[in-house]
Each structure stands twice: as C-alpha cells, then as structure tokens.
Write a protein that binds this ligand. Structure first.
Ligand SMILES: *Cc1c(COP(=O)(O)O)cnc(C)c1O
Length: 368
C-alpha cells in the first residue's frame, strides 16, 4: 500500500463538476483580473472568518508583507516572530525593511512561547506576529495581553489554520489583521497561488487594496508606490467552491488526528499536544522522535510518505546568515528541527491508509 502525504488530485475529483463549472464561468465572463468573482469570494471569506473585511492578494507572503506595510512598519522597526515557523513569516518582516526578533517555541505546543515574548520587547518593537503552526492556534489571549501592555500591533499568520478555533471563535478576527495563504496544500487551497487578509480595521483593508494594485484604487490614479499582487478570478471561483467543503474536510482531518492520537504508541514518540482551548485545523500532524531521519527512512521503505516541517529554521538559513543576533540562542528551535516528522493527513486519506500508518509505526518504533 502506497500512502501519499497529501493527495490533491483526489480533492479535485471529489468536487470536479463544481470546480469545472466555476472555472468555465470565469472563462466565459471575459473578466480576468479582479471583478465580481474576486469580490464574491472576499465577502464569503470575510463572513466565514467573522471579520468585517477580506482583501485578497496574490499569495500568503504578500498578505503578511502588505499587512505589515499597511500598519506602517518599516526600516528601523522590530517585529516579534516565532523562531520555529515557515520562512515566509520572517521574509514578510524583512521585506518591509523591519527586523524579525525570534522567540523560542513552547516545547509542547511548538507555538510561540508567550513567557519569552516580553523580555524581547524593546524601543523599536512595533508588532507581534503570531503563527498558528500546524493548524493549532497560538495563545492569543496571552499575546494580546502583552501587546496591549506595550502598545504593539498584533498580526496573525493563519496560513495553516483555516477553520481552526481559539476559545470557540474561528480564527480570522482576533487581532488587528490576519493573513491567509491559499497555496494548494493548505486546508483551504486554490489550484495555484492565492492569499488574503481579514480585518475589522477599515484603514488597513483600504491600504492593502492599494498595495496589491499598483497603489491605485481608480485606474491611472496612483496614491502610493504599490505592487501587483492580486487573487486571480479563476482561483477565486475555485476557492468559493472549496470554501463550502472546508468544515467537512477539516472534520475528516480531525478524525484522522484522533486515530493517530489514540493509537500511536506513546512510549516511543512525542505526539502533538493540544491545549483544551484550541480546536486545531490539523493542517499537519507532527510527531517528534530523536532518531527522526531513521524513522522517516524506515517509513519510506513501507511507501509511507512523510515530510519535515521544517528541517532548517529561518535563522539557520543562508538567507539569514547576516543575522548574527539569533546565533546560538535558539536551542529549542534547533532541536525541534531535528526531531519533527509530519505524518500523512488530509481530507482524502483513506482509513485503510491511516490504519496502515499506525500499525507500521507501532511495529517499527521499538526497533529504532
Ligand atoms: C504557506 C505559508 C505561508 C506563505 O504562503 P504562500 O501563499 O505560499 O506565500 C506563510 N506562512 C506559513 C506559516 C505558511 O505555512
């Protein structure tokens, strides 16, 4: 039995007729940039997120970058960010000229350790970026409490947490602005690139609308030096179809996660720990093992496809080799990058596959 990490073709096939009709509708419309389809998706996504506004953009990185820019964050400013995250969280900060200040993860949840945030705040700190890694919401109340005390902005990188809940409220409007990616492998994924920002702040939304479109609201009137980063109407139409399935598909992920949590032998691996107040979107199911590479290779021989999120933390990347600030001071992050392993999970992973992963893991683990 071959167990794929994530089967995107199967996702398409389940809703092929609706997707094909949506794509056809855009092709026939003659409107290929912005327009009605994009606006309809924006209002449906805002509603899902319980936010006043959603502004779509070309990808998740731009959603983060434009949000920071719309908050006026730039050269000389510092933004608090998790050390253990996908590099896009950091790049967004660097690309607007600000400096990422990395915080170690909580060793249990692997999200930002809120007890370590306050000591990293200084005169130049302007914002805290929370990342809901692997689909599990960060501790937003603690983050907001710290941010309020120091008058900092809060931005959420929600690229992995579509449909996740923090204290029974869906992620999307807990903070000043929430940035989304619709990269194909995300819980709500397009069939190409896509991104959005949800917010209750009118000024931030308006500024991002300018930034994504040459700094222009009305054609040939350029108010700021903007970019070209818009959600494609074909992708918007596809996302409108897939949004209808998000909750159902997240439930399937949750069912898989529950089997893994219950049945994987906990004497040999660390399983994800989920605080009571979160409802994870289970974007990824990440276990930890000291001999991670050996375990991964062993699972490969059974054709069980696993991935590592992420093998090299941002501060250890060549891209950040000039950032000496973080050298040697992030031992938890560096350890985690050597122990994490993401098991197959997704809305189209069969229960036979899930049982095979469990039985193979439990057979292999005692020998490693
Ligand atoms: C996917 C992802 C992004 C970037 O999204 P893109 O659409 O690929 O630019 C940012 N942050 C996190 C945590 C992600 O997983």
């Amino acid at each position: 039995m071959k167990v794929p990490f994530l089967d995107l073709q199967a996702s398409y096939l389940e809703i092929k007729e609706e997707i094909d009709a949506a794509v056809q509708r855009v092709l026939m419309s003659g409107q290929y940039i912005l327009g009605q389809e994009v606006e309809a998706f924006e209002s449906e996504w805002a509603q899902y997120c319980q936010a006043d506004q959603a502004v779509s953009v070309g990808n998740g990185l731009d959603a983060l970058r434009f949000t920071l820019m719309a908050m006026g964050i730039g050269p000389g400013d510092e933004v608090i960010v998790p050390a253990h995250t996908f590099i896009a969280s950091w790049l967004a900060i660097s690309q607007c000229g600000a400096t990422p200040i990395a915080i170690e993860p909580d060793p249990h949840t692997l999200n930002i350790d809120c007890t370590k945030v306050e000591s990293a705040i200084g005169d130049k700190t302007r914002a805290i970026m929370a990342v809901h890694l692997y689909g599990q919401p960060a501790d937003m109340d603690s983050i907001h409490e710290i941010a309020d005390r120091h008058q900092l902005r809060v931005i959420e990188d929600a690229a992995q947490s579509h449909g996740a809940r923090y204290k029974n409220k869906v992620i999307g409007s807990h903070s000043d602005a929430v940035a989304w990616s619709f990269y194909p492998g995300k819980n709500l994924g397009a069939m190409g690139d896509g991104g959005a920002v949800t917010t209750n702040n009118r000024a931030i939304a308006d500024k991002i609308r300018l930034l994504r479109n040459y700094g222009s609201e009305a054609k040939y009137k350029n108010e700021i030096q903007g970019f070209n980063s818009r959600l494609d109407p074909i992708q918007a139409a596809i996302l409108r179809v897939k949004l209808k399935y998000l909750d159902l598909w997240n439930l399937r992920r949750k069912a898989i996660a529950e089997i893994y949590l219950k049945q994987i032998n906990e004497n040999f691996v660390i399983k994800p720990s989920t605080p009571q107040w979160v409802d994870s979107a289970w974007h990824l199911f990440v276990i930890q093992h000291a001999q991670r590479d050996r375990l991964k290779a062993e699972l490969d021989t059974f054709e069980i496809n696993t991935l590592v999120h992420y093998p090299t933390p941002p501060h250890k990347q060549i891209a950040y080799s000039d950032s000496i600030r973080h050298r040697g001071i992030l031992p938890i992050t560096e350890k985690i990058s050597n122990t994490v392993l993401s098991l197959p999970i997704g809305p189209h992973l069969s229960m036979e596959c899930v049982e095979f992963v469990v039985s193979t893991l439990n057979a292999v683990l005692p020998k490693i």
